[in-house]
Design a protein around this ligand. Structure first.
Ligand code: FE2
Ligand code: FE2
Length: 417
């Protein structure tokens, strides 16, 4: 049985649970140095102007959870310095928030909070901003049981991050000029409810799959009787906080699940999402199309894809695959290729209570971070039945890093409907 969340409203400072060996001044100087690398003054003014615009009032897919939208996607990478440098050099990311390390040498705090081995150590966490959509949270872990393989898109732990670009030919040419590993594309979908979109997959040197997507005139599913998916286009067509031409920000986070119908039902019934777009199957029984497009086994079959939306922010794209080499293991946050999706909620205590009323497996929390540059955020992890960790996050008064960083992370409360 889960305990009353209010009885375990923990704090990150002064309780001896965390071996927090880096003093706050070091965190701040590190994050300030990273942030200073980006030329951001004009952007800041634009952000302030944008924040002055009336906040979006839209209830699509918010449900009873009070969900605002996707805040960030978390990724565990082998070497966080390498990953930060890649996102900065290639994609023009800014890195305004770095914190950690975290560990608990004697107790079960890490297991309780994050679902990892009790002796797992978070070396560093860095939050990246790219464009005007959800952020990316990079983790570097050390753990006794750490899995060092990278999941393929067809594995149950498979995932990708898709960025909307206004001119996919220009954006793809840019990635090629940077020597990024590219798969078949740009590939236009020309039939079915997803027709109107063009995509191209890439793989980063640290194993993460990136997709570029564009749908300048929308997609075929968009008829007046259907509530649409969210799009970063709603936050404007100006390309900010990126080096990729025409990149607007994260459009969706793709995850592969064992049963796509069950996973979509979970998003709808528990989180209050909508599912306006369902398409597939896709297969190539004789050629290499699936391998060329998606870097999966040539005989891999996509049974179905469902795009779900919650609030205003990146959508979640759910895949069900069959593949000869499919791995059925789920990843922990401490594994390479570990991931979580974090949704912003306005009232985390109420939201956590709601999740518990739905019987969702809850980890320790709500947990308030009260020291260091991330102070001000309160989080709680949950384990969804399809193996993905879902985080709820809230920072109603902002976070400490904001007092020194010249560029701020994207705030989902600034999303337009
Ligand atoms: Fe997170
Ligand atoms: Fe995708």
């Amino acid at each position: 049985m889960n305990k009353d969340p209010r009885s375990e409203h923990n704090e990150l400072s002064g309780n001896g649970l965390f071996e927090n060996s880096m003093p706050r001044r070091d965190f701040l100087s590190k994050s300030a140095k990273l942030a200073a690398a980006a030329a951001v003054a004009p952007l800041l003014a634009a952000e302030q102007a944008r924040a002055a615009v009336t906040r979006a009032v839209d209830d699509i897919g918010r449900g009873e959870l009070g969900l605002v939208g996707t805040d960030h996607v978390g990724l565990t990478v082998p070497n966080i310095g390498e990953a930060i440098a890649w996102f900065q050099d290639v994609m023009g990311a800014s890195a305004p928030l770095t914190f950690g390390p975290f560990s608990d040498p004697t107790g079960t705090f890490m297991q309780d909070l994050l679902g990892v081995d009790p002796r797992a150590v978070v070396d560093q966490i860095t939050m990246l901003r790219i464009g005007h959509s959800a952020n990316i949270e990079l983790f570097q872990y050390e753990a006794p049981d750490q899995n060092h393989t990278h999941p393929r898109n067809s594995d149950w732990a498979g995932h990708h991050i898709a960025f909307y670009v206004t001119d996919i030919d220009a954006a793809v040419a840019y990635m090629e000029s940077k020597g990024v590993q590219k798969f078949l594309g740009p590939f236009p979908v020309t039939s079915g409810p997803a027709s109107g979109q063009s995509i191209n997959y890439f793989k980063t040197p640290f194993g993460t799959y990136i997709e570029f997507i564009t749908y300048p005139k929308g997609m075929a599913y968009q008829v007046p009787s259907v509530k649409p998916l969210w799009s970063p286009k709603l936050n404007g067509l100006d390309s900010v906080a990126t080096k990729v031409p025409g990149l607007l920000g994260i459009d969706h986070i793709g995850i592969t699940v064992p049963d796509v119908v069950a996973a979509a039902a979970w998003f709808e019934n528990v989180l209050g999402f909508i599912n306006p777009l369902t398409f597939g199957p896709f297969r190539d029984d004789t050629g290499t199309f699936m391998q060329d497009l998606l870097d999966v086994d040539p005989r891999a079959v996509v049974d179905q894809i469902r795009m779900v939306r919650g609030g205003n922010g990146p959508n979640v794209e759910l895949f069900q695959y069959e593949a000869p080499d499919q791995s059925h293991t789920f990843r922990k946050n401490s594994d390479y290729g570990g991931k979580h999706i974090a949704f912003y909620v306005r009232n985390i205590d109420k939201a956590v209570e709601f999740m518990q009323s739905k019987g969702v497996e809850k980890l320790l929390g709500p947990f308030a971070v009260t020291s260091g540059p991330a102070a001000g955020q309160t989080i709680n992890y949950f384990r969804a039945p399809f193996g993905t960790f879902i985080e709820l996050i809230s920072y109603p008064h902002g976070m400490a890093y904001q007092t020194t960083a010249p560029i701020l992370l994207w705030n989902p409360r600034d999303n337009h409907p």
